[in-house]
Design a protein around this ligand. Sequence first.
Ligand code: DC
Length: 209
Amino acid sequence: MSGLVIAVDGPAASGKSTLASRLAADLGLHFLDTGLIYRAVGARVLGEGGDPDDAADAQVAAEGLAETDLARPDLHTPEVSQAASKVAAHQDVRGVLLDYQRRFAAREPGAVLAGRDIGTVVCADARRKIFVTASVEERARRRFEELRRREAGVIYDTVLQDLRERDRRDQSRAVAPLKPAADAYVLDTTAMDTEMAFEAARAFVIGNT
Ligand code: DC
């Protein structure tokens, strides 16, 4: 028998990873941020001087992915964020990464996976599915505050534009586009703080278990 699988999807900077990781800790489940895998592939392509839009370059990087790549310090730079979104549009890249994600999801006693297509593709039969979202302006504001604490000279409009671009690419790609699964609980956190969002997600999971 497989354990409890919870799919947490949503657009960039929606807070889904923070929420999913808290849920996993609260429920004693494993946690995987699948965005990190795409980021690692994007970082590898850039590191090898390749083009993230090129399917062959991206596939070579995906096939060569090692566990240590997930701990690279550069996974959250704007360049790697865009490269991740680009490599994620290639069908062969997604195919290579699917197996790893499904094996992770099958771990006992269960797992919480955060991403874009967990509820629709990777774990389409997950017992619980949550789609975390917020307005793009609010997501940009949160990301801007977070970046500003780490570095100087961050510009809100640039952050907003970066998110819009990734939203557009992630939603319009032909393979596994970002969208809520038909049976997902849509959690709009635009007017919520992290605590309220966590409580709402937890109530949904517990209430339905
Ligand atoms: O969640 P994130 O922002 O760290 O993800 C980075 C990119 O990876 C995102 O723009 C799209 C891609 N991605 C994906 O296509 N499917 C997933 N399950 C997770 C991420």
